[in-house]
Design a protein around this ligand. Structure first.
Ligand code: SF4
Length: 169
């Protein structure tokens, strides 16, 4: 199986979400929040197309890669910095490294917050990313969907209705 940046991002939020995504129970395309995220990405940085390249690496798509400065750019819609975003970009840096591009860094942009977050991948982090990948494989290959996490953390999840359907009946 191919682990992508989306798997890593979901894994850091919720194992159940990772399992649902892997089993093609996909609800992201109906999410207004995701649509809003795309909108922010397109409108906030109209000049970026000239400088950045889309990169396909081992099944993962990096939307904005600056090959001159070796920087992976990610734009996030959320109104808070999240560790899952950092993990996703660290995974991209890991893929770059595995494909012979050393010393790349990441830059996460939060247009709503007007903040940026720099991301690096140290030598020690490589084993950490490999552990994530192995753990994801274990989770998604399990027969049963993992339990829900605390509801308070599910606020913006596109699977919310799926997970809490019985409470709305
Ligand atoms: S609604 Fe909560 S428990 Fe369900 S997949 Fe999303 S984050 Fe996980």
């Amino acid at each position: 199986m191919t682990i992508t940046g989306t798997y890593i991002k979901y894994y850091k939020v919720c194992h159940r979400k990772t399992w649902l995504f892997h089993h093609k129970i996909e609800m992201e395309h109906t999410s207004e929040l995701v649509a809003e995220g795309s909108f922010i990405g397109e409108k906030s940085y109209p000049q970026r197309a000239e400088r950045y390249r889309e990169l396909l690496l081992d099944g993962s798509k990096i939307d904005f890669y600056d090959p001159v400065d070796k920087v992976v750019h990610e734009i996030k819609k959320s109104d808070k910095l999240e560790h899952s975003h950092v993990a996703q970009v660290q995974f991209y840096l890991y893929l770059l490294r595995r494909n012979g591009i050393e010393g790349a860094t990441g830059l996460i942009e939060y247009p709503k917050l007007r903040q940026t977050q720099t991301v690096t991948l140290a030598d020690d982090d490589v084993a950490m990313v490999e552990n994530w990948v192995q753990d994801i494989e274990r989770i998604v290959e399990a027969e049963h969907c993992p339990e829900r996490i605390a509801k308070s953390k599910c606020r913006s999840c596109s699977y919310f209705d799926f997970c809490y359907i019985e409470e709305s009946l």
